[in-house]
Design a protein around this ligand. Structure first.
Ligand code: SF4
Length: 411
């Protein structure tokens, strides 16, 4: 079968360590935020010095780095923007991601050669809007999540000269393209300035005005209800169809997630894209990769608007808690071949006798290794590992630095 041109896999990078793991596990590009003008004010976010280091690092691997400036900007924001944009240009950022027409206009004025991606916050849902953004100077548009495959196809057909980027995986807002006042109204924290307190994930009860102390449950179980709580998007089984439609970039949500989450999700989508390009992403292979995605912390998955109208089936009324089928056990820091000893940084406890799964960048699937002998940092044998982030040694078959260890729940 003829090989298909591969779209970009675009990963979230909440900090420098996550950026390194995302690129190591197969992302072609990463997006991150500086200290200002981004939509995740609680993510680690990068200082200008860190952004320079991140850009140099990505470029040294032949990969790209994009920076968000996608808040709904106010006058005061605009006053500070010009210097910020020029500083980003000096450090060699590949794309700026913006939604506000004022910010797009200023980027075009100040940095005529800078590539602009129009953020999903701009809520682009039709081919004319894409034309509009192209005329305004954008080279890429991130579509709204509220679109089905037919609409995506049409938009691409009508705009062959604009790159189209789509979210394929991660958390979703119940509000249209994240334009939401819930957090601002309830907590004073503005979602449109990157400071959402996520009240859509809280549980709610019904209160009658004259009986403020009496809360009535409004759903079937004793925990109340999560009426605003969206499931997580997962389009891994749709990758071949999306590639066929001509999507240029597949974007993964999650700048606040762990290294384990980012590496695992990127690893799965890397395999899906590579296999689809070679005509090897069979139903069975896609189902395997979907099971891989079940191993990281997530809410129930949905394909949302992909081939139907979204509805009650895309909400999770029972709980907003995360589920997963594996624990993140630790990161491999080093391996001594002679002694067959791996140096591990712990994330979750393991016990001697456990079986662990090893995730390795560039290799399909995973390996299984026994955790037969565990030693503390002084090489004293121990039955279980110490507390989080402590280092320990594991006698095991060869592993490599940046391999990730996970422990199946039943393991
Ligand atoms: S409250 Fe929920 S729906 Fe609203 S912006 Fe925050 S995450 Fe999105």
């Amino acid at each position: 079968m003829e090989k298909q041109k591969k779209p970009e896999l675009l990963a979230p990078a909440g900090d420098m360590e996550k950026l390194k793991y995302a690129l190591h596990y197969g992302a072609d590009a990463v997006y991150c935020a500086g200290k200002k003008f981004g939509m995740r004010s609680n993510a680690g976010n990068f200082s200008m010095k860190e952004l320079k280091e991140a850009a140099d690092y990505a470029h040294s691997l032949g990969k790209r780095i994009y920076v968000t400036a996608n808040i709904a900007a106010e006058n005061e924001d605009m006053d500070e923007l010009e210097d910020y944009l020029k500083a980003l240009d000096r450090i060699g950022i590949d794309h700026l991601i913006a939604a506000d027409p004022g910010i797009v206009y200023m980027i075009r004025e100040v940095l005529p050669d800078m590539k602009i991606s129009i953020s999903t916050q701009a809520n682009t849902k039709n081919y004319q809007s894409v034309r509009f953004w192209k005329k305004a100077g954008a080279s890429r548009v991130v579509l709204a999540r509220e679109l089905g495959i037919d609409a995506v196809r049409r938009i691409i057909e009508e705009n062959p000269d604009v790159e189209i980027e789509m979210f394929v995986h991660g958390a979703m807002c119940i509000s249209h393209s994240g334009r939401c006042l819930l957090s601002n109204y309830m907590t004073g924290r503005d979602a449109n300035k990157g400071d959402c307190a996520q009240p859509c994930r809280w549980k709610y009860k019904l209160v009658e005005e004259k009986r403020p102390d009496q809360a009535f449950p409004i759903e079937e179980d004793e925990h109340g209800t999560y009426i605003f709580n969206s499931k997580d998007l997962c389009l891994i089984e749709k990758i071949p169809e999306l590639m066929d439609a001509g999507v240029s970039s597949f974007k993964i949500e999650g700048r606040m997630k762990s290294i384990y989450y980012v590496a695992s999700v990127i690893h799965a989508y890397r395999q899906a894209i590579d296999m689809a390009a070679e005509g090897r992403l069979t139903e069975g292979a896609a189902a395997f990769l979907k099971r891989e995605l079940e191993k990281v912390s997530h809410r129930d998955y949905t394909t949302a608007f992909y081939d139907r109208k979204s509805g009650a089936q895309d909400q999770n009324y029972g709980s907003s808690s995360y589920i997963r089928t594996c624990d993140y056990a630790g990161l491999v820091l080093d391996y001594d071949k002679k002694k067959e000893l791996a140096l591990i940084e712990q994330r979750n406890k393991i016990h001697s006798g456990d079986y662990l799964e090893v995730l390795r960048a560039g290799e399909e699937g995973f390996m299984k290794i026994p955790a037969a002998e565990i030693f503390d940092e002084n090489f004293q044998p121990i039955e279980e590992t110490p507390h989080a982030k402590m280092k320990y040694y594991l006698k095991c078959p060869e592993v490599r630095p940046m391999d990730i260890l996970r422990k199946p729940e039943e393991g």
